[in-house]
Ligand binder design. Structure first.
Ligand code: AMP
Length: 219
């Protein structure tokens, strides 16, 4: 495995980044760093950071680059990220990608994986997504856990994220096209981009990512 494996996982909201990162984290023994999860946890805890970003998250808009870059820099300095990390939801703008390059150096990012899924499919996935407020387990609206409102893993409440409601979904996908899609060119220009079909079955997406990593001698 590369001495430090830093994977940037890109893709529209609902492309499956969280699901794939969880599996990759357990396969490769590196932490899943999701800026969305960090920010949501801060909102839930009512910390000063949470109070600052709550309205931005509810609206599906982006929090400031400076704030997120600082959070990620702090997270990557923690001991468990010494061997690498899976970055989910970061970078999200060119300014964040440039800041990450500055933070880690020009060869700091090992690979950027883009989970490619159509807007129609992610809209459908997001609208029916339900999450456990306690452990973050993800369900579909038709699952028994979503219907009963109780997580089968931890008995926490299963709810729809506010930003998975129609207007917020529209805003988030618009923000993705405007702010995040340009990152594909950024990483492609550095020969660091692997495009993976994210519309197929979860296990097949995972295998395609593993192949992309091993082909490049990263694992
Ligand atoms: P996610 O779970 O990745 O969809 O993130 C949820 C929300 O957190 C986003 O809609 C933004 O409000 C905020 N957020 C997460 N990551 C970032 C980021 N890298 N830059 C700015 N805002 C972010």
């Amino acid at each position: 495995m590369a001495s430090r494996l830093i994977l940037v996982v890109l893709g529209k909201q609902g492309a499956g980044k969280g699901t794939q990162c969880k599996a990759l984290a357990s396969t490769y023994g590196i932490p899943h760093v999701s800026t969305g999860d960090i920010l949501r946890a801060a909102v839930k805890a009512g910390s000063p950071l949470g109070l600052e970003v709550k309205s931005v998250l509810d609206a599906g808009a982006l929090v400031s680059d400076d704030l997120v870059v600082k959070l990620v820099a702090e997270r990557l300095a923690e001991g468990d990220a010494e061997r690498g990390a899976l970055l989910d939801g970061f970078p999200r703008t060119l300014a964040q990608a440039e800041a990450l390059e500055k933070l880690l150096g020009p060869s700091g990012v090992s690979l950027c994986v883009n989970l490619d899924v159509s807007t129609e499919l992610v809209t459908e996935r997001l609208s029916s997504r339900r999450v456990c407020q306690e452990c973050g387990a993800i369900y579909r609206a038709s699952d028994i856990e979503a219907v009963s409102g109780t997580c089968s893993e931890c008995s926490g409440d299963v709810v729809q994220r506010r930003d998975d409601q129609p207007e917020a979904i529209r805003q988030r996908l618009e923000a993705y096209e405007r702010d995040t899609a340009p990152l594909l060119d950024f990483y492609d220009a550095r020969k660091l981009l692997a495009v993976i079909d994210g519309s197929v079955e979860v296990g097949a997406v995972g295998s395609a990512i593993d192949d992309a990593l091993s082909t490049r001698g990263l694992v």
